[in-house]
Ligand binder design. Structure first.
Ligand code: 5GP
Ligand code: ZN
Length: 112
């Protein structure tokens, strides 16, 4: 847990969120400013800022997170598919510096 991190505070419950799923390794909640009908944020509970800061000991939680995405998408009714985005750094559009995966889907999903 990093003291000054919004997503660490969401994980701990000190800032409320619309939680969709939680287990020992990850926390999943709805994006406050959704870009599609379904827009979830999947965050590893361990704090690291971005892919640039990913260490070997994060490999397991990252693989686990990726494997969870299709399960979450299916639970959200996204039978025909979904999009996954990881923004990295200011140049990549990242604004919250706790690594997270966006899971997006639904009829209004824009082309890429
Ligand atoms: P990034 O641009 O860092 O990849 O994405 C950060 C995402 O976090 C944005 O899509 C933004 O809407 C979302 N977000 C920022 N603050 C909050 C918050 O307090 N609660 C929730 N649920 N989402 C947030
Ligand atoms: Zn954090």
């Amino acid at each position: 847990m990093a003291d000054d991190c919004l997503f660490c505070k969401i994980i701990s419950g000190s800032i409320p969120s619309d939680k969709v799923y939680e287990d020992e390794q990850i926390f999943v909640f709805r994006d406050i400013n959704p870009k599609a009908e379904v827009h979830l944020l999947l965050v590893p509970k361990v704090h690291f800022a971005s892919l640039v800061d990913m260490q070997q000991h994060h490999d397991a939680v990252m693989a686990y997170s990726l494997r969870k995405l299709p399960e979450l998408a299916q639970q959200q009714g996204l039978d025909s598919g979904f999009r996954t985005i990881i923004n990295t750094g200011k140049g990549g559009g990242q604004v919250v510096f706790h690594l997270h995966m966006h899971l997006l889907g639904g009829p209004s999903l824009a082309g890429f």
